[in-house]
Design a protein around this ligand. Sequence first.
Ligand code: SIN
Length: 328
Amino acid sequence: MNKKQIYILATGGTISAQGDEGKTLGYTNGVFKVKSLIKSIKGIEDVTKVNGEQIFNIASEDMSIDKLLILAKRINELSKLDNIDGFVITQGTDILEESAFFLNLVVKTSKPVVITGAMRPATSNSADGPNNLYDAILVASDEASIGKGVLVVFADYIIRARDVQKIDTFRPQAFAGKEFGCCGYIHDNIINFINKSLKPHTINSEFNIANINSLPKVGIVYFDVNLDSDIFDYYINHDYKGIVIAGSGSGMISKRWKSKIKEMTKNSIAVVRSSIATSGSVDRDSIDREYRTIPSYTLTPLKARILLSLALEKSNSYEYLKGVFEKY
Ligand code: SIN
């Protein structure tokens, strides 16, 4: 049987980092480029053919929507080639959940797109990068991964891009799908898928970035009991087209904030309500009817921000945006 051909798009992050021998802190990102990463995964050439390119070499904090657009367009371009069967993106873990969801909504291929990274630099005693990368390549070359949307492979788990969240700042088991769980797992070379997403993604998503080089600005405002509503003036005066509120509990906000929000939605700034809570949902409520806000349902503020920017690029109609959040 012909071996699958997997293409790595390396972007930097801890998976590419070098530090003091054995240690996990104080390392330098971006030292090990794509060729060294491929060399580090022993035995992979027995199962797949791996090639790749260094598309960026940054810590993920320095990722931006503009860079994600470049990455997504590159995947869309390469996906047309017959000699690429699947993709692995290596990146920093800090904003991995944002890039995963973004790619999930805009890549136009059913070929597997798998994202991975590492919590420990390659030079630490407990380096997790090589195993994560090995597993990610296996998942990208598995027929069962076709059409499943963008997948995150980390510490033996396969997690859907829509649901994945970073849940730890230093342990290797740093990602989870929270109450939605993982969609599969890998043990040695055996991949077990358990479920799949019912939400639209990749080729079934309505977002097409082919002719787009930037997206409308959307901010996130985190609620706390003491925060004055004049924080919103910054966004209003800097041409933000949308705001995601990380509200308390089920997306709740104070009376002080409510009048400001009414003013913003009247002036066509879209306001989405999400939550500071890390699981659960923010569902449609009387507040949405009264203030023309939009609930984010099970999307975290980070994910809601991505979806709102993409949706605003198409339309700022309240009915359209409300429908998008119900659908995705
Ligand atoms: C980063 O996100 O680039 C640094 C942290 C990491 O990769 O774990």
